[in-house]
Each structure stands twice: as structure tokens, then as C-alpha cells.
Write a protein that binds this ligand. Sequence first.
Ligand code: FMN
Ligand SMILES: CCCCCCC(=O)C(=O)O
Length: 364
Amino acid sequence: MGDEPVNVKEYQEMAKQALPKMYYDYFAGGSEDQHTLRENNDAFQRIIIQPRILVDVSKINMSTTILGYKTSAPIMIAPTAMHKLAHPGGEILTAKAAAACDVIMGLSFMSTCTIEEVASSCNAVRFFQLYVYKRREISALMVKRAEINGFKAILLTADTPKLGRREADIKNKMIAPQLKNFEGLVSTEVDDSEGSNLEAFASRSLDPSFSWKDIAWLKSITKLPILIKGVLTREDAIKAVEIGVEGIIVSNHGARQLDYVPATIAVLEEVVGAVQGRIPVLFDGGIRRGTDVFKALALGAHAVMIGRPIVYGLAAKGEYGVRRVIEMLKDELELTMALAGCPTLNDITRNHVRTQMDNHHCRL
Ligand SMILES: Cc1cc2nc3c(=O)[nH]c(=O)nc-3n(C[C@H](O)[C@H](O)[C@H](O)COP(=O)(O)O)c2cc1C
Ligand SMILES: CCCCCCC(=O)C(=O)O
């Protein structure tokens, strides 16, 4: 392989070479048997694109808005924790790459750069991802700081009442660094000589009692729009609409929480059908190609979020690497739209893809 990756997947190997094993395993790993981790990727490969020919594709327009904020493409950076483990520049470099590519960034609650450092580093549009701690006042303070610092939405992660069992982290005795955001509030340094220190910290801090009724609390402390991240079923999608949040994210946390849940792309259509256009449905999990973005859009996602490839780009080549990952996905999406006969995002329809379910119905 030459030094300059030609696709997003090649950044993973570069990141593996660049990182200590403990950190690479943390970023790359899924939970338990990693069944869902494989499925998140494999399920995309079972979806076929049905292109249209003889369409004027001399101009392709990928630009859109997410919650009213302009973006050059329906591609966002997913919130992923602790970017300084990938590169000393951390989330500041990720944010600068987002700004350079004109895409929106999700900042993790567990970021290694502070909310203020990221906010003052560039003019990227940023959403803030929230975990709810047992000490709820800490979560409330983070929401306030995000709001004051110009973050535009809260991504409430709802699939993590406890941390999934990540066996590589247990074997490596994964160490969570002290996070500057929480200085003077809580220490992330927990000594669990038996296994993953991150898991030990999570079980000490996350509030597993947080439930639907507590969305009212979140609404009472912020005016920012709230998106619920981690929806995988029709039932939960309907509840989210009924409770009045501004959006949902179909996500299985990059297959790091409950193993043997479905690939996100396999449930997207069910969730979109339940929501019936009332709120935007974002999507993440396993996107590695522009064709994957196209497939998710065809199945009804308003936009997609990218997790691991961003971290791999950061680990391999810093801000430049993150930029290249986003640019490659955008270039591939643009080419896919042209070759599928879709000059605008609105031209991408359900009929542009064929799923296994469609094949099954055909045979009936
Ligand atoms: C290393 C890593 C850290 C993550 N940290 C967070 C986090 O702090 N908060 C969160 O809501 N999701 C987190 N996620 C999940 C991502 O937001 C996203 O759902 C997932 O990475 C998408 O799948 P992909 O990596 O296949 O693109 C993390 C994922 C990874 C791989
Ligand atoms: C206190 C919660 C720890 C979460 C760690 C970050 C994360 O979401 C991950 O998937 O890893």
C-alpha cells in the first residue's frame, strides 16, 4: 500500500500502525463476539444500487441543512470519545477539519479537549453529545457550557445506561485519561486492576435509571434542540416523536454496546416508516463508502454520521487525515449520485436501492 490512502478503509491500517495497541483496540473494537460490528459493515454489502441512465448529471448538488444548519453534504462527524488518544491535537484538529470541509461536528461528552477549546478553535457548526451522570448537576453544567459556547444541538446518547462489554479493553486493562472538561468535578482515573478502567469509570458515573420521563428534565435545562441517539426500533422511534424531541439518530453505538442487535442499516427503513417525516432521522454505523451514504439516504436517512474513520484519519495524519476522510466520502457520494442518475439529494429515492427484503417480497 502506498502512503496516500485511496479510500477510507485504508486509514484503518495506517491508524493501527500509528497507535499503541491499547488505544487502537479501544477505537476499533466492538462488544463481546463483535457480531454486530461485522454486521454493520456486511449489511451494506447486501444492498444493491439500482441506477437510472440518461439523466443530466453535469451538476451534482450534495448540500443540505441539518436542523437548519447548512452543510456541504449530508455527512456529519459522529461524537467519539478521547481524540487525544489518537493524536495530541485531539478534538481541536477534528473540529478544524470539519470547518474546512463545511460539515457539522458532534463533540463527545468524553472529549479530551474542553468544550471551550473546541469552540474557540474554529467556526465549525457543532452539536454536543450528552451522557447523563448519576451526579446530574455535572451533566447539566456541561449542557450549559455547550450552550454558552455556541453548540447548536444536544445529542442525547440513550443506548449506554452501562458500558458494553468490550473484551479487548478488559484484556488491555484500558486506561481512561483524566478529562479536562471535568477538572475539579470528577476524576476519570479509576483503578480497576482486574479489567477496563473505562468500564469501571462508566459504571461509577453513568446513571442507569435515566429513562423517558427524564427527557422533561433535559428539556427544562436547555433551549437547544434534542436528538436521541441510539434508536433501533419502531417503538422507540414513535416514543421519541411523541415526547417531542427534534430528531433521532438510528445508531447501535458502532456495535460497542449490546452485541447481536441488528446492523443499523437493516432497521433504518422501519424507523423511518414509524417517524413518517415528523422529525429528521439521522443514521450511523458502518459507513465506509460514498455508496454506503447513498444507500442510507435512499432508505430514508436525512444525513449520516461517521465514527471510526474520522479517528483513524486523525491518528494517521492529524487534521489532514480527518479532512481526507471526509473529502473521500464526499467525492465518492458525488460520483455515486452521478452514476446513479441523481443530481440532487431529493432525486435519491427508495427505488434506487434493492434490499434483501425486496428480493424476498419478489419471490412471494
Ligand atoms: C472509539 C469510539 C468512541 C465513541 N464514543 C462515543 C461517545 O463518547 N458518545 C457517543 O454517543 N457515541 C460514541 N461512539 C459511537 C459513535 O458516536 C457512533 O455511533 C459510531 O462510531 C458509528 O459507527 P462507525 O464507527 O462504524 O462509523 C463512539 C464510537 C467509537 C468507535
Ligand atoms: C462514561 C461513559 C464512557 C463512555 C466512553 C465513550 C464511549 O461512548 C465509547 O463508546 O467508548
